[in-house]
Write a protein of this length. Structure first.
Ligand code: 13P
Ligand code: ZN
Length: 279
C-alpha cells in the first residue's frame, strides 16, 4: 500500500477508544521488523524517526524512501512520523521528504515561547495538510536523539489553553511517563483524566517501554490514542544481534537479520496488547 496518512489513523483509533503504536526505529531492519509485525497483527502502525534514528539511517530522504518502499510492498497500513524535532527547519525537511506527520518538541521552553513555536509549526503543517504533535509538560528520562530536561507534569489548565491557541492535532502528555524507564511514581491517571476532560484531541504517551500493561490499559481508556515505543525495540534489535554474534562472531548479515526477527517479535507483542486494551 502507499504510505498512509497518520491523521485519520489516529483520529479513528481515538474515536474507537484504541491506541496506535508509534514505533521508533533507526535501521532498515527495524523498519522491516515493525512492518512485518503490523502485517501479522493486521494493525496500522506509525514508523517514527527522531534525529538519532535519522542520522543512523542517513537523513529524512533516505528514511522516507525506505519506509515508502517497504510499505508499498506490504498490505499493512504504514504511516511515517517525525519524532521530537525542535526546529521548524527539521519539520520542513521532513515534510518535503514525504513524512505524514511531525512533532514539534518545545517542551523545555517557557510556556509563551512554546506556544509561539507550536503556532508556527501548525502554520507549516496546515499548509501541507499534515498532522502536528506537540508535548506539554516535559517527559524526562534518557533517549538518544531527544532533548531532555527535568520532568514537569502536564498542567490540565495549560493543556486546554495550549490546544485551543495552537490547534495542535495530538497532544503528548507528561503524567509520570519517562523516556527509557518506568513511570516515576507510577502513571498519574487522575492527571491524565483531567487533561482528557479539557483537551479535546487524541493524547500521546511517550516513554511506553517502561510502562506496565496495566498502566497502558488505563492510559488508552483515558484518551491516549498513540503510544510511543523506542527503547524496547532498540533493545530487542541489540539483543537479536548480540545473541547471534556470540555464536557467529563474523556473520554480520545473520546478525542484522536476527535484529529484524527480534524487532518483529517485540513489536507484535506490543501491537496485539495495546490494540486490545481499548474498545
Ligand atoms: P521509550 O524509549 O521509553 O519507549 O520512549 C519512546 C518515545 O517516547 C519516543 O518518542
Ligand atoms: Zn518521546
Amino acid at each position: 500500500m502507499p504510505l498512509a496518512d497518520p491523521g485519520p489513523i489516529i483520529a479513528q483509533a481515538h474515536a474507537r477508544g484504541l491506541a496506535v503504536i508509534g514505533a521508533n526505529v533507526s535501521t532498515i531492519q527495524m523498519v522491516r521488523g515493525v512492518v512485518r509485525a503490523a502485517e501479522d497483527a493486521q494493525r496500522p502502525v506509525l514508523i517514527q524517526f527522531n534525529r538519532s534514528g535519522l542520522s543512523l539511517i542517513g537523513g529524512v530522504d533516505i528514511a522516507a524512501h525506505v519506509v515508502k518502499s517497504i510499505a508499498e510492498d506490504s498490505e499493512a497500513e504504514i504511516a511515517l512520523h517525525l519524532d521530537h524535532a525542535d526546529t521548524l527547519d527539521e519539520l520542513s525537511a521532513a515534510i518535503n521528504a514525504g513524512f505524514g506527520s511531525v512533532m514539534i518538541d518545545g517542551s523545555t521552553l517557557p510556556f509563551d515561547q512554546h506556544l509561539t513555536l507550536a503556532q508556527s509549526a501548525k502554520g507549516l503543517v496546515t499548509w501541507s495538510r499534515l498532522s502536528l504533535e506537540a508535548e506539554l509538560g516535559h517527559v524526562a528520562g534518557d533517549e538518544a536523539g531527544v532533548t531532555i530536561g527535568d520532568a514537569s507534569w502536564t498542567n490540565p489548565d495549560e493543556a486546554a489553553r495550549f490546544v485551543e491557541a495552537t490547534g495542535v492535532d495530538w497532544l503528548a502528555v507528561a503524567v509520570g511517563n519517562t523516556h527509557g524507564g518506568p513511570a516515576v511514581g507510577g502513571l498519574q491517571a487522575e492527571r491524565l483524566q483531567a487533561i482528557r476532560d479539557v483537551a479535546p484531541v487524541p493524547l500521546v504517551l511517550h516513554g511506553a517501554s517502561g510502562l506496565t500493561d496495566d498502566e497502558l490499559r488505563v492510559a488508552v481508556n483515558l484518551g491516549v490514542a498513540k503510544i510511543n515505543v523506542g527503547t524496547a525495540l532498540h533493545q530487542a534489535a541489540a539483543r537479536g544481534m548480540a545473541d547471534w554474534l556470540s555464536e557467529n562472531p563474523n556473520d554480520l548479515r545473520g546478525a542484522l537479520s536476527q535484529s529484524e526477527v527480534a524487532v518483529r517479535e517485540e513489536a507484535s507483542t506490543l501491537l496485539a496488547a495495546t490494540w486490545a486494551f481499548g474498545g
